[in-house]
Design a protein around this ligand. Sequence first.
Ligand code: HEM
Length: 520
Amino acid sequence: MVRTHFLRTMSNIFYDPILLAASFAALAVSFVGFQQIKWRQRTRGYPLPPNGLSTLPFIGNLHHLSPKSPWLKLTEFKNHFGSDLLYFHGLGNSVVVLNTMEAITDLFDKRGNTYSHRPVFTVVGELMALGQSMPLLPYGTEWRAHRKLAHVALNQNAVKVYHSAQEDLAVLLSKALVDKPENFFSHVRLAAQRIVMTVTYGLPVETADNEYITKAEETMEMIGKATVPGAYLADILPFLKHLPSWIPFQREAAEGKEMIDSFVTKPYEHVKREMNTNNAKPSLTRHLLSIDQEEMENYEHRVKWTTGAMYGAGGETTYSTVLIFMMLMAMHPDIQTRIQAEVDAVVGCDRLPVISDRSDMPYVAAVIKEVMRWHPVLPMSIARQTAKDDVYNGYFIPAGTTVIPNVWAVSLEPCAKYDPKSFNPDRFLDPEAKVTDPTTYAFGFGRRICPGKFLAENSLFVLISNIAYAFNISPPVNGIVEPKFGENLVSYPEPFDIQIKPRSKQKVDLINARVQQCVV
Ligand code: HEM
């Protein structure tokens, strides 16, 4: 009886369009209601972070995130909305931007378990297979194993072993600048890459057109473009990764995979071959491969990808910072005179600067900090992803959210005494200025802080102090230095023109004599 009644009601519904529509509407309302209840339970009533931006159907407000120099727009939004946190959403993605050091420290440092993952980059991470490299590995066992291997070479004590190699390479840079100052761009790149190559592989690289250097640069440029959040539509809509191989981004991905594979494999195999003939120079790769392991295959995979990560991450960040320094010296002769006076006073006339001079040169330290603040080379650091739902300052942050530390905005934080846009190292020598030290944000945060920080700081010091000691840098003949920067993850200076002249014949003689003692 009940069954007959039910069947009759159902058939009425199907034959009556009004009843049918009303039933679908009721179903939809209950579905939405159910989702809202679930959402309220999940968020415990906390709102999503503020967002005053216009939204479009489906894509939400993601269209406000530009893949080119996104830090500029994000900082404009920060200033416009005056908010510590900004929220972007659309197509199933959520992105939170952290605009202050306080918010970054609270989440990345103090809630490391939740905020130490990386977003999944479908194209560069999965299709190009860079996801097995430390910078993109998810926070967990594999990542920890890679960090441990890198720590062997990069911890604060271990980096002392490389002082003499770094000093030699700084001298060779000075020699190259004496001989062919017009090629300063490639000399600086070579010096920074050589430091990393020496530490990781012990490979001699003598010219900027060496295959390892040129391939590294091409590969890192490609990676830099691909790791800006949202660079590929497939990063936002991961199902697109299943599209056929003739689709343009799939072809790019296949080429990228090959580039990355040869980038990490070639120098590594080179060291192995040298080890077989007992010719390998001391390096992290040689050291790690000399340790017997039970599970050699997996271990070798880790060594290869850890050294590959260092090789990739260590060069361009360092040379970009040194090149920005040179650009700024041409623009600020008064600051150049002060830095030269300090280096001269400490070093004297009989030798070149060395890493142990670092603690005696507070003005050089302030200049390096100001260079890193004036243009942080990773203006949005490297994004993170939340491992679980979280609540911060009364706002709900869903699990799986991409979290971007807006380092650019932090570097521009207002200061009563100093204009954040001007280049003035005094802000770091003035206790009243209370400016955040850029070494606390330029190298990243918490558990994923740059493992190469100690090596990089020594490289920056020794390269910059040697340049300041030996050269006068001035604007080009037309008098104009034009600061222009790349728009990708690592924002390096675009080629610019400056004049570089030795400060005296005596300094050139010192460089020539010291070059004879170089052993790298
Ligand atoms: C001026 C030079 C450098 C700067 C400004 C810099 C900056 C950074 C930043 C901002 C991060 C992201 C950290 C985070 O997510 O919080 C990072 C990660 C990393 N850096 Fe550096 N870096 C420099 C030099 C180096 C050097 C010399 C090496 C190695 C020889 C290196 C290796 C790495 C690696 C492997 C990662 C990934 C860490 C991870 O995901 O756990 N970096 N770096």
